[in-house]
Design a protein around this ligand. Structure first.
Ligand SMILES: Nc1nc2c(ncn2[C@@H]2O[C@H](COP(=O)(O)OP(=O)(O)O)[C@@H](O)[C@H]2O)c(=O)[nH]1
Ligand SMILES: [Mg+2]
Length: 220
């Protein structure tokens, strides 16, 4: 199990670093996805499901970012995917320099898709470009359908929203239609995938979309 201790990047411009990293990955034909949500929404569970479902056809690497511990990277490694645990020195987000350092430590050779499981919160990660080709956020049914009203920036800057734990819909007053409407008001082009990583419901559409985006990256 590889663990890397990261520190805040002291560069002048995170946006410039992010653009440079995005170009570098594009040249290698690797799609990096920045996965963001609250703690406990189901990021690691979703990634585990994706690795089990399509890990045979797609070579997947996972950067696990947390303030402490290495349980998430261990969960991913147990499934046979390449992974590294990055510790962020107490910081609530990953920036482009930190992401690049973690990528270098993990090694990107022979990978098709790299997921960055960002630190769990809906605020700071939305403010820092990591250099990822796609931003994907997750919202769990138990968190409520009002989150787009409270954390508009993350919904606005994401290419896709995964609404997870749909198996729990019977137990919560989560209005799917109202939630999607609120999200689309902020971001008309966003793709929305309602899924349950537990039952597998809706996973196929999400995985097809990921493969499509991956092929596009490889052909450029
Ligand atoms: N019922 C249900 N529980 C889920 C689902 N996805 C994740 N969980 C549970 O939610 C909790 C947090 O999941 P985890 O993947 O660790 O969240 P993370 O902090 O975002 O990485 C765990 O107890 C999971 O078993 C789901 O689709 N349905
Ligand atoms: Mg996790």
């Amino acid at each position: 199990m590889k663990v890397i201790e990261l520190h805040r990047s002291l560069t002048e411009s995170n946006d410039r670093d992010a653009e440079r990293l995005r170009e570098k990955l594009k040249k290698k034909g690797i799609l990096m996805i920045n996965l963001m949500s609250s703690p406990g929404t189901g990021k690691t569970t979703l990634l585990s499901r994706i690795i089990r479902d399509i890990g045979g056809d797609v070579r997947i690497g996972v950067l696990e970012a947390d303030i402490e511990a290495q349980v998430d990277a261990e969960r991913i490694e147990a499934l046979g995917a390449r992974s590294i645990q990055a510790h962020t020195d107490g910081m609530c987000h990953m920036d482009a320099g930190m992401t690049e350092a973690a990528l270098d430590a993990m090694g990107t050779e022979d990978l098709d898709i790299i997921f960055l499981e960002n630190i769990g919160n809906l605020i700071c990660p939305a403010e820092y470009d990591t250099g990822a080709g796609l931003n994907v956020m997750m919202l769990g049914v138990p968190e409520g359908d009002d989150k787009p009203l409270k954390y508009p920036l993350m919904f606005s800057m994401s290419d896709a929203l995964v609404i997870t734990k749909t198996d729990a819909l019977p137990f919560f007053d989560f209005d799917m239609e109202k939630c999607c409407e609120r999200v689309r008001r902020l971001n008309p082009d966003i793709r929305i995938f309602p899924v349950s990583a537990k039952t597998g419901d809706g996973m196929k559409d999400l995985e097809e979309w990921l493969k499509e985006k991956m092929l596009k990256e490889e052909m450029q």
